[in-house]
Design a binder for this molecule. Sequence first.
Ligand SMILES: CC(C)(COP(=O)(O)OP(=O)(O)OC[C@H]1O[C@@H](n2cnc3c(N)ncnc32)[C@H](O)[C@@H]1OP(=O)(O)O)[C@@H](O)C(=O)NCCC(=O)NCCS
Length: 190
Amino acid sequence: MDGTDHLDRITLPVTTQRLSLRLFTADDLDDMHAYQGLESVARYLYRPPRTRDRCAEVIEKISAPTGWSKDGDELVLAVTRADAPGVIGEVVVKLAGAHAQQVEIGWALHPEHEGRGYATEAARAVASLAFDTLGAHRIFARLDVENTGSAKLCERLGMRREAHLVENDLDGERWGSEYVYAALVHDLER
Ligand SMILES: CC(C)(COP(=O)(O)OP(=O)(O)OC[C@H]1O[C@@H](n2cnc3c(N)ncnc32)[C@H](O)[C@@H]1OP(=O)(O)O)[C@@H](O)C(=O)NCCC(=O)NCCS
């Protein structure tokens, strides 16, 4: 299977009722840093908050995705509102296992835009993209058990909780536990 062709099949932006999903550009640096620089956002992404310089490096990389054929290939899309300027967050699809077409999905939203269903709407769009365009057989998300916002989002999408990994991670002095949520194409609430 030629994975690059799969990316070529995607027409951007992907639009939903209230949102538009597109590639990041260098002009999005301040908007990305506004949420990726926050401790509250980084906490559940298993890494420190991003500096502005780190955001610039990341944007350079993700603004030109190279393909969709091997483990680790990913597509990161900026989430924008149809009714307001700027980037409010991001969604990601990652080819975790090319052989069995296992695709990890993820999201991050600026806290100012929480509580209105934007992350769910964007995640639903990338889940559809994964199945309908990128050839996913199964999508999954891994999240800290304390990340209740993400667990609720997964459940709204129709994903099922498949695993509870108990103290499988050590963050400083704190043991972390994770849930794995997943869906096959017919599980999704479209
Ligand atoms: C996880 C995260 C995206 C959740 O944000 P969120 O605002 O709760 O998610 P949504 O944007 O989908 O909004 C859902 C909320 O809006 C409400 N809502 C309002 N209008 C809605 C609508 N039209 N559709 C759906 N939900 C709506 C829902 O009831 C829900 O509120 P509740 O949690 O009180 O029930 C956000 O907290 C975040 O970015 N966290 C940091 C990064 C992170 O954890 N990433 C995931 C790592 S695995």
